[in-house]
Design a protein around this ligand. Structure first.
Ligand code: RIB
Ligand code: CA
Length: 311
């Protein structure tokens, strides 16, 4: 069986960058493209971060495309308090010297790749879902061409932007509504599990000792997160890498199928992922929701996967 074709749609972002590194070196998948969306920081940064990252790590042949600069439903909010002004914390990657953006916009590149992969394409969606929703609106047949969406977003309980909404969903709730209702098989990796597993200093030390560009970059990103944590900020949570783990290392998670939809309005509930665990809506499950994680297994897998950059 060949490697599973993936496209990563992201708002790179410190934890996005670590998830991208894991996917690039995971021998089970083939990253067909990386596309950017407005999210953690403005799109001018998320897009450049992807281009710089792929060139820095030597993946000149993987297309990098720009995507939506605004959500479908406007929410002018960036998480630079968590990811720094440009999205990669205190890390500055060398500006790409030869790699260029693909000429297509994200939604078109994803659709054309889905056609080429004849229904085998999987999407790792680790930012607001704007690009995916646009693709579905532009190409109604796209829903039949995507094998599975693995997304970081939402929460069965709680939120991190409001008490009821997680960042990726809150930024563009209408996009998340369109995607969750699309009929595409999908797995939600939300705060229920991503806040239950944090990387620790020994993980950074091990990655730095590995010595590859990818491993040292991830160690630098983790060290930035530890500093952020020690100042009272977010812990070294691997939100996005855990969505990738759901795809290639499901043994570290416990998932259950539920009907899920997204609240798009509401003073207190905009961006809430309604996970119908009591079956009150009487609708068939449409999302597999991760509710438990084995922290040690997940962190071990992530370090081992990034260390595969050593060949
Ligand atoms: O809420 C966490 C999510 O928001 C992660 O994807 C992080 O990168 C930010 O985009
Ligand atoms: Ca992200």
């Amino acid at each position: 069986m060949g490697r599973r074709p993936f496209i990563i749609d992201c708002d790179t972002g410190t934890d996005d960058a670590i998830a991208i590194a894991a996917a690039l070196y995971c021998d089970e998948v083939e990253v067909k493209a990386v596309t950017s969306v407005n999210g953690n920081v403005a799109h001018q940064y998320t897009s450049r971060n992807n281009l710089n990252l792929l060139e820095y790590l030597g993946f000149d042949d993987i297309p990098v495309a720009k995507g939506a600069v605004h959500p479908i439903m406007e929410n002018s909010y960036h998480a630079d308090g968590t990811h720094g002004n440009t999205g990669l914390g205190c890390i500055t990657l060398p500006e790409a010297s030869h790699k260029k953006f693909d000429g297509r916009i994200a939604s078109q590149l994803i659709y054309e790749t889905a056609l080429e992969e004849k229904g085998e394409l999987e999407l790792l969606v680790i930012g607001p879902m704007t690009n995916i929703a646009i693709m579905l609106l532009e190409h109604p047949d796209a829903a039949q061409l995507i094998k599975h969406i693995w997304f970081m977003g939402g929460a069965a309980v709680g939120g991190n932007v409001t008490t009821t909404a997680e960042f990726n969903i809150w930024i563009d709730p209408m996009a998340a509504h369109i995607v969750t209702q699309s009929g595409i098989p999908q797995t939600m990796v939300g705060l229920d599990v991503t806040t239950a597993a944090a990387m620790k200093e020994p993980h950074s030390t091990e990655l730095r000792a590995c010595g590859t560009k990818a491993a040292v970059l991830c160690a630098d990103l983790l060290d930035y997160m530890f500093e952020r944590r020690d100042k009272g900020g977010e812990d070294a949570l691997m939100h996005d890498a855990m969505a990738f783990a759901a795809a290639v290392y499901p043994d570290c998670l416990e998932c259950h199928d539920y009907y899920v939809d997204v609240e798009c309005f509401g003073e207190y509930t905009k961006g809430h992922t309604m996970v119908d665990r009591r079956g009150k809506k009487g609708k068939a499950p449409n999302v597999s929701v991760a509710l438990k994680v084995d922290e040690d297994k997940f962190c071990r897998w992530l370090v081992d996967t990034i260390k595969k950059s050593a060949g």
